[in-house]
Design a protein around this ligand. Structure first.
Ligand code: RIB
Ligand code: CA
Length: 323
Protein backbone atom coordinates (compact mmCIF):
# COMPACT_ATOMS: atom_id res chain seq x y z
CA UNK A 1 0.00 0.00 0.00
CA UNK A 2 1.24 3.49 -0.87
CA UNK A 3 2.80 5.29 2.08
CA UNK A 4 1.18 8.50 3.31
CA UNK A 5 3.23 11.55 2.24
CA UNK A 6 3.79 13.90 5.18
CA UNK A 7 5.24 17.35 5.80
CA UNK A 8 5.68 18.34 9.46
CA UNK A 9 5.16 21.97 10.50
CA UNK A 10 6.43 22.51 14.02
CA UNK A 11 7.92 24.82 16.68
CA UNK A 12 10.35 22.58 18.64
CA UNK A 13 9.55 22.74 21.58
CA UNK A 14 9.95 19.84 23.94
CA UNK A 15 6.85 17.97 22.85
CA UNK A 16 7.51 18.74 19.18
CA UNK A 17 10.93 17.12 19.65
CA UNK A 18 9.50 14.04 21.34
CA UNK A 19 6.93 13.85 18.54
CA UNK A 20 9.75 13.97 15.97
CA UNK A 21 11.40 11.08 17.82
CA UNK A 22 8.15 9.12 17.65
CA UNK A 23 7.88 9.96 13.92
CA UNK A 24 11.49 8.88 13.37
CA UNK A 25 10.77 5.57 15.08
CA UNK A 26 7.94 5.03 12.60
CA UNK A 27 9.38 6.72 9.53
CA UNK A 28 9.26 3.46 7.56
CA UNK A 29 5.46 3.72 7.68
CA UNK A 30 5.40 7.16 6.03
CA UNK A 31 7.07 9.13 3.28
CA UNK A 32 8.20 12.17 5.29
CA UNK A 33 9.00 14.86 2.70
CA UNK A 34 10.23 17.61 4.99
CA UNK A 35 10.01 19.67 8.16
CA UNK A 36 9.01 23.34 8.26
CA UNK A 37 9.62 25.50 11.31
CA UNK A 38 7.34 28.22 12.63
CA UNK A 39 7.76 30.78 15.42
CA UNK A 40 5.89 29.58 18.49
CA UNK A 41 7.45 28.05 21.58
CA UNK A 42 10.66 29.93 20.87
CA UNK A 43 12.02 32.35 18.25
CA UNK A 44 12.20 31.25 14.62
CA UNK A 45 15.98 31.07 14.92
CA UNK A 46 15.83 28.70 17.88
CA UNK A 47 12.98 26.47 16.68
CA UNK A 48 14.66 26.14 13.27
CA UNK A 49 18.00 25.22 14.83
CA UNK A 50 16.16 22.78 17.10
CA UNK A 51 14.34 21.19 14.16
CA UNK A 52 17.65 20.63 12.35
CA UNK A 53 19.42 19.21 15.41
CA UNK A 54 16.53 17.02 16.60
CA UNK A 55 15.78 15.61 13.14
CA UNK A 56 19.41 14.70 12.51
CA UNK A 57 19.90 13.25 15.99
CA UNK A 58 16.86 10.97 15.69
CA UNK A 59 17.73 9.96 12.13
CA UNK A 60 15.10 11.90 10.18
CA UNK A 61 17.09 12.62 7.03
CA UNK A 62 14.70 15.15 5.48
CA UNK A 63 14.96 18.79 4.35
CA UNK A 64 14.20 21.50 6.91
CA UNK A 65 12.81 24.87 5.84
CA UNK A 66 12.66 27.99 8.01
CA UNK A 67 9.21 29.55 8.34
CA UNK A 68 7.31 32.56 9.57
CA UNK A 69 9.00 34.73 12.19
CA UNK A 70 5.76 35.56 13.95
CA UNK A 71 1.97 35.43 13.79
CA UNK A 72 0.01 37.13 10.99
CA UNK A 73 -1.18 40.06 13.09
CA UNK A 74 0.12 40.12 16.66
CA UNK A 75 3.66 39.88 18.10
CA UNK A 76 5.21 36.46 18.88
CA UNK A 77 4.26 35.00 22.25
CA UNK A 78 7.13 32.69 23.23
CA UNK A 79 6.67 29.88 25.78
CA UNK A 80 10.18 30.00 27.26
CA UNK A 81 8.75 29.39 30.73
CA UNK A 82 7.57 25.97 29.54
CA UNK A 83 10.22 24.90 27.04
CA UNK A 84 13.25 26.74 28.43
CA UNK A 85 15.56 29.34 26.91
CA UNK A 86 16.80 26.95 24.21
CA UNK A 87 13.29 25.61 23.53
CA UNK A 88 14.24 22.00 24.35
CA UNK A 89 14.08 21.97 28.12
CA UNK A 90 17.71 23.10 28.27
CA UNK A 91 18.75 19.72 26.79
CA UNK A 92 21.62 19.87 24.33
CA UNK A 93 21.54 18.01 21.03
CA UNK A 94 24.64 17.60 18.86
CA UNK A 95 24.90 20.40 16.30
CA UNK A 96 23.46 19.20 12.99
CA UNK A 97 25.80 18.94 10.02
CA UNK A 98 22.99 20.01 7.70
CA UNK A 99 21.44 23.45 7.18
CA UNK A 100 18.03 24.70 6.16
CA UNK A 101 16.99 24.71 2.50
CA UNK A 102 17.20 28.07 0.76
CA UNK A 103 13.44 28.48 0.25
CA UNK A 104 11.19 29.95 2.90
CA UNK A 105 9.01 27.25 4.47
CA UNK A 106 5.90 28.53 2.70
CA UNK A 107 7.60 28.27 -0.69
CA UNK A 108 9.02 24.86 0.28
CA UNK A 109 5.50 23.65 1.08
CA UNK A 110 4.21 25.09 -2.20
CA UNK A 111 6.93 23.43 -4.28
CA UNK A 112 6.42 20.05 -2.60
CA UNK A 113 2.69 20.26 -3.27
CA UNK A 114 2.86 21.34 -6.92
CA UNK A 115 5.51 18.76 -7.84
CA UNK A 116 3.14 15.93 -6.92
CA UNK A 117 1.56 13.97 -9.72
CA UNK A 118 -2.16 14.45 -10.38
CA UNK A 119 -3.41 11.79 -7.97
CA UNK A 120 -0.81 12.31 -5.20
CA UNK A 121 -1.61 14.30 -2.07
CA UNK A 122 0.22 15.33 1.12
CA UNK A 123 -0.87 15.16 4.75
CA UNK A 124 0.31 18.09 6.86
CA UNK A 125 1.08 17.32 10.49
CA UNK A 126 1.08 20.66 12.28
CA UNK A 127 2.22 20.97 15.89
CA UNK A 128 2.77 24.71 16.22
CA UNK A 129 0.86 27.88 15.40
CA UNK A 130 -0.74 27.62 11.94
CA UNK A 131 0.98 30.69 10.50
CA UNK A 132 2.93 28.91 7.71
CA UNK A 133 -0.14 26.94 6.61
CA UNK A 134 -2.32 30.05 6.52
CA UNK A 135 0.26 31.93 4.44
CA UNK A 136 0.45 28.98 2.03
CA UNK A 137 -3.34 28.96 1.58
CA UNK A 138 -3.54 32.73 1.13
CA UNK A 139 -0.66 32.93 -1.36
CA UNK A 140 -1.43 29.72 -3.27
CA UNK A 141 -5.12 28.72 -2.76
CA UNK A 142 -4.82 26.36 -5.72
CA UNK A 143 -2.79 23.89 -3.63
CA UNK A 144 -5.78 23.07 -1.40
CA UNK A 145 -6.76 20.04 -3.44
CA UNK A 146 -3.21 18.67 -3.09
CA UNK A 147 -3.60 18.49 0.70
CA UNK A 148 -5.21 15.23 1.80
CA UNK A 149 -5.80 16.45 5.35
CA UNK A 150 -4.23 18.57 8.08
CA UNK A 151 -3.78 16.72 11.38
CA UNK A 152 -2.93 19.39 13.91
CA UNK A 153 -2.29 19.79 17.60
CA UNK A 154 -4.25 22.80 18.75
CA UNK A 155 -7.41 24.15 20.28
CA UNK A 156 -9.95 22.34 22.43
CA UNK A 157 -13.66 21.61 22.36
CA UNK A 158 -13.50 22.71 25.97
CA UNK A 159 -10.68 24.31 27.98
CA UNK A 160 -7.42 26.07 27.39
CA UNK A 161 -3.85 26.36 28.63
CA UNK A 162 -2.95 29.97 27.87
CA UNK A 163 -6.36 31.21 29.02
CA UNK A 164 -9.22 29.18 30.47
CA UNK A 165 -10.57 28.75 26.93
CA UNK A 166 -7.63 29.10 24.51
CA UNK A 167 -4.81 26.68 23.68
CA UNK A 168 -1.30 28.02 22.88
CA UNK A 169 -0.96 27.13 19.16
CA UNK A 170 -4.31 28.74 18.37
CA UNK A 171 -3.97 31.62 20.84
CA UNK A 172 -0.64 32.68 19.30
CA UNK A 173 -2.21 33.05 15.85
CA UNK A 174 -6.00 32.76 15.78
CA UNK A 175 -6.18 34.63 12.46
CA UNK A 176 -4.04 31.90 10.88
CA UNK A 177 -6.19 29.21 12.46
CA UNK A 178 -9.31 30.89 11.06
CA UNK A 179 -7.87 30.83 7.53
CA UNK A 180 -7.09 27.12 7.89
CA UNK A 181 -10.47 26.30 9.47
CA UNK A 182 -12.34 28.09 6.65
CA UNK A 183 -10.25 26.50 3.88
CA UNK A 184 -12.49 23.45 3.47
CA UNK A 185 -9.46 21.14 3.79
CA UNK A 186 -10.28 18.05 5.92
CA UNK A 187 -8.93 18.68 9.42
CA UNK A 188 -8.29 16.49 12.44
CA UNK A 189 -8.06 18.59 15.59
CA UNK A 190 -5.91 16.98 18.30
CA UNK A 191 -6.83 19.42 21.01
CA UNK A 192 -6.45 19.59 24.76
CA UNK A 193 -9.49 17.33 25.13
CA UNK A 194 -7.20 14.41 24.27
CA UNK A 195 -3.70 15.79 24.84
CA UNK A 196 -4.40 16.32 28.54
CA UNK A 197 -4.80 12.52 28.67
CA UNK A 198 -1.86 11.78 26.36
CA UNK A 199 0.80 12.18 29.01
CA UNK A 200 3.86 10.62 30.57
CA UNK A 201 3.58 10.04 34.33
CA UNK A 202 6.41 11.16 36.60
CA UNK A 203 7.60 7.56 37.16
CA UNK A 204 7.64 6.92 33.40
CA UNK A 205 9.67 10.10 32.85
CA UNK A 206 12.11 9.09 35.58
CA UNK A 207 12.64 5.67 33.97
CA UNK A 208 13.33 7.30 30.60
CA UNK A 209 15.85 9.65 32.23
CA UNK A 210 17.61 6.76 33.99
CA UNK A 211 17.83 4.65 30.87
CA UNK A 212 21.05 4.40 28.89
CA UNK A 213 18.99 4.60 25.74
CA UNK A 214 20.07 7.58 23.57
CA UNK A 215 16.54 8.43 22.44
CA UNK A 216 14.58 7.55 25.59
CA UNK A 217 16.97 9.41 27.88
CA UNK A 218 17.00 12.75 26.07
CA UNK A 219 13.21 12.63 25.63
CA UNK A 220 12.90 11.88 29.35
CA UNK A 221 15.22 14.76 30.18
CA UNK A 222 13.18 17.16 28.03
CA UNK A 223 9.88 15.96 29.46
CA UNK A 224 11.39 16.12 32.93
CA UNK A 225 12.25 19.79 32.46
CA UNK A 226 8.62 20.61 31.69
CA UNK A 227 7.35 18.31 34.44
CA UNK A 228 9.53 19.81 37.18
CA UNK A 229 9.70 23.44 36.06
CA UNK A 230 6.05 24.22 35.35
CA UNK A 231 2.75 23.79 37.09
CA UNK A 232 2.55 20.29 35.59
CA UNK A 233 4.59 19.21 38.63
CA UNK A 234 1.34 19.40 40.59
CA UNK A 235 -0.32 17.12 38.03
CA UNK A 236 2.47 14.57 38.33
CA UNK A 237 2.33 13.99 34.59
CA UNK A 238 3.28 15.93 31.46
CA UNK A 239 1.27 16.08 28.23
CA UNK A 240 3.16 15.10 25.10
CA UNK A 241 0.72 17.19 23.07
CA UNK A 242 2.52 17.00 19.72
CA UNK A 243 2.87 13.22 19.65
CA UNK A 244 -0.92 12.95 19.35
CA UNK A 245 -1.25 13.75 15.60
CA UNK A 246 1.34 11.04 14.88
CA UNK A 247 -0.35 8.60 17.28
CA UNK A 248 -3.66 9.27 15.53
CA UNK A 249 -2.15 8.47 12.12
CA UNK A 250 -0.57 5.28 13.42
CA UNK A 251 -3.18 4.09 15.96
CA UNK A 252 -6.51 5.83 15.27
CA UNK A 253 -8.26 3.07 17.18
CA UNK A 254 -7.09 4.45 20.55
CA UNK A 255 -9.02 7.67 19.99
CA UNK A 256 -12.66 8.66 19.79
CA UNK A 257 -13.83 11.81 18.06
CA UNK A 258 -16.76 13.52 16.40
CA UNK A 259 -17.41 15.18 13.03
CA UNK A 260 -17.52 18.95 13.44
CA UNK A 261 -17.16 22.38 11.91
CA UNK A 262 -14.33 24.36 13.47
CA UNK A 263 -14.20 28.09 14.06
CA UNK A 264 -12.10 30.37 16.24
CA UNK A 265 -12.55 33.65 18.09
CA UNK A 266 -10.20 36.36 16.74
CA UNK A 267 -11.42 39.31 18.79
CA UNK A 268 -9.13 40.95 21.34
CA UNK A 269 -11.41 40.09 24.23
CA UNK A 270 -10.96 37.41 26.89
CA UNK A 271 -12.21 34.75 24.47
CA UNK A 272 -9.41 35.41 21.94
CA UNK A 273 -8.10 32.13 20.55
CA UNK A 274 -11.07 30.07 21.72
CA UNK A 275 -11.90 27.28 19.27
CA UNK A 276 -15.54 26.46 18.72
CA UNK A 277 -16.51 22.91 17.66
CA UNK A 278 -20.00 22.78 16.17
CA UNK A 279 -21.15 19.21 16.89
CA UNK A 280 -24.75 19.78 15.78
CA UNK A 281 -24.52 17.38 12.82
CA UNK A 282 -28.29 17.59 12.31
CA UNK A 283 -27.91 21.28 11.35
CA UNK A 284 -25.40 20.69 8.54
CA UNK A 285 -25.01 18.86 5.25
CA UNK A 286 -22.54 15.97 5.30
CA UNK A 287 -19.90 17.81 3.26
CA UNK A 288 -19.94 20.81 5.62
CA UNK A 289 -18.73 18.59 8.47
CA UNK A 290 -15.17 18.54 7.08
CA UNK A 291 -13.35 18.15 10.38
CA UNK A 292 -12.95 15.69 13.21
CA UNK A 293 -12.28 16.74 16.79
CA UNK A 294 -10.69 14.06 18.96
CA UNK A 295 -12.44 13.89 22.32
CA UNK A 296 -10.97 10.91 24.14
CA UNK A 297 -7.88 8.70 24.13
CA UNK A 298 -6.74 5.44 25.69
CA UNK A 299 -4.01 6.85 27.94
CA UNK A 300 -2.29 3.56 28.71
CA UNK A 301 -2.03 2.52 25.07
CA UNK A 302 -0.73 6.00 24.14
CA UNK A 303 2.00 5.66 26.78
CA UNK A 304 2.84 2.11 25.76
CA UNK A 305 3.15 2.92 22.04
CA UNK A 306 5.18 6.09 22.67
CA UNK A 307 7.61 4.64 25.24
CA UNK A 308 8.18 1.45 23.25
CA UNK A 309 8.93 3.50 20.13
CA UNK A 310 11.46 5.70 21.95
CA UNK A 311 13.38 2.68 23.20
CA UNK A 312 13.29 1.03 19.77
CA UNK A 313 14.55 4.24 18.16
CA UNK A 314 17.37 4.45 20.68
CA UNK A 315 18.41 0.88 20.02
CA UNK A 316 18.72 1.73 16.32
CA UNK A 317 20.88 4.76 17.23
CA UNK A 318 23.36 2.95 19.47
CA UNK A 319 26.87 3.26 18.17
CA UNK A 320 25.98 6.44 16.31
CA UNK A 321 26.39 8.65 19.39
CA UNK A 322 28.43 8.21 22.53
CA UNK A 323 26.12 7.38 25.48
O1 RIB B 1 -0.60 23.82 23.78
C1 RIB B 1 0.41 22.90 23.47
C2 RIB B 1 1.07 23.25 22.18
O2 RIB B 1 1.71 24.50 22.29
C3 RIB B 1 2.18 22.26 21.79
O3 RIB B 1 2.29 22.20 20.41
C4 RIB B 1 3.41 22.88 22.38
O4 RIB B 1 4.61 22.50 21.68
C5 RIB B 1 3.13 24.33 22.15
O5 RIB B 1 3.51 24.63 20.82
CA1 CA C 1 4.44 22.60 19.36
Amino acid sequence: MEKRRIIVDCDPGVDDAIALAYAAANQDKFQILGITSVSGNQSIEKVTRNALNVAEYFGLDVPVARGMEGPLVKEPLLAREIHGENGLGQCEFPEASGTVVKEHAVLFLYKKLVELSKKEKITIVATGPLTNIAMLLKLFPEVKEKILEIVFMGGAAMGGNVTPSAEFNIYVDPEAASIVFMSGIPLVMCGLDVTLKCTLKRNQVMKLCQSGNPAAKICGDMAGFVLENTSTKYRGEVSVHDAVPWMYLLHPEIFTGKRTILSVECSDGQARGTTVCDLRWWNHDEEELNSIVLLDADQERFQEYLITALYELGESMKGKYKE
